[in-house]
Design a binder for this molecule. Structure first.
Ligand SMILES: [Zn+2]
Ligand SMILES: [Zn+2]
Length: 304
């Protein structure tokens, strides 16, 4: 039995015994087109590895140049302050991004330049090479299977079809945006090819921290310290909310770590009204005067 070790990873693959889905390999010596072999189970991989992958097949069919393709998405990060995240903000992003070349219209070919017959394949678009007992036609690597090459590449973009341009993009940060939120600006990504649509610009928002406030969704958290006697007896304290200062009632017997709620004092996000939670901390003085010491000892004795 003849072995075809030359087929790379196939390791002694014998096409006559493989499940080829009806493909007739008996006529050795015939010229097969690479595309004909695609999609035959094990052969698809096999030939992909020989010809450099599927991309080359699609190039060979002329898709790369002619089929409209959507541009890639672009991703950037944008930092906003805590206050901007709460209230919303208009931000201006200045970035250099690829756009379709205005000179060649994105084709990469110098306008008006005449196409030339590819010398490597003589215009056939394929080149043949011997592989084992048969010869195989593969897409011409020079013209990518088209049989012609552009007479001149576009001088402006060097043939890539795109140039970088400085862009100023206005983006509206919605009020209540959370850290890590993504904003998608449709059509602001990389340009498409052959009339395909542009990709999107995806902005990941990073929100800054605040000295006093922490945020969880639409709720705001802050801390306040009160003395032990006030925690025991109850008190009224002034606390800051996002917009003003309000008086908060601390009921008698409030424990350390208690969360007191200021109803509706959080953010309004997606129609949900958040609250502000005040975490009560009970301060313990480090230095006490002799008088305070005496009073505390007196108090302690009453507890026994
Ligand atoms: Zn160009
Ligand atoms: Zn060619």
């Amino acid at each position: 039995m003849r072995k075809y070790g030359a087929f790379g990873g196939a390791g002694g693959f014998d096409p006559r015994t493989a499940g080829t889905g009806g493909f007739d390999f008996s006529q050795f010596g015939k010229t097969f087109r690479a595309e004909d072999l695609g999609g035959f189970g094990p052969f698809a991989d096999l030939f992909s590895s020989i010809f450099g992958g599927e991309d080359l097949f699609s190039r060979a069919r002329g898709e790369r140049k002619s089929r409209p393709r959507r541009g890639n998405d672009l991703a950037i990060r944008l930092s906003v302050s805590f206050d901007e995240a709460i209230a919303g903000a208009g931000k201006i992003i200045r970035m250099s991004k690829p756009v379709a070349c205005g000179v060649c219209g994105g084709t990469g070919d110098e306008p008006g330049s005449r196409q030339k017959i590819c010398r490597q394949c003589g215009g056939r678009g394929t080149v043949t090479f011997a592989q084992g007992a048969f010869s195989i036609a593969r897409p011409c690597p020079k013209c990518l299977g088209k049989g012609v090459i552009p007479g001149k590449t576009c001088a402006r973009c060097g043939g890539s079809g795109r140039v970088k341009e400085k862009k100023t993009i206005k983006v509206k940060i919605p009020a209540g945006v959370e850290d890590g939120s993504k904003i998608r600006l449709r059509g602001m990504g990389n340009p498409g090819t052959n009339g395909g649509p542009s990709g999107d610009l995806i902005i990941t928002v990073n929100t800054g921290k605040h000295q006093q406030f922490q945020r969880k969704g639409s709720d705001i958290y802050s801390e306040v310290e009160i003395s032990y006697p006030r925690a025991v007896l109850g008190t009224k304290i002034a606390v800051k909310t996002l917009t003003k200062t309000v008086n908060l009632n601390v009921p008698p017997g409030t424990k350390h770590g208690t969360l007191l709620r200021l109803k509706g004092m959080g953010l309004s996000v997606d129609g949900e009204q958040g609250h502000q939670f005040i975490e009560i901390h009970i301060g313990v003085p480090i230095d006490v005067t002799p008088e305070q010491k005496e009073l505390l000892e007196k108090f302690e004795r009453t507890l026994q």
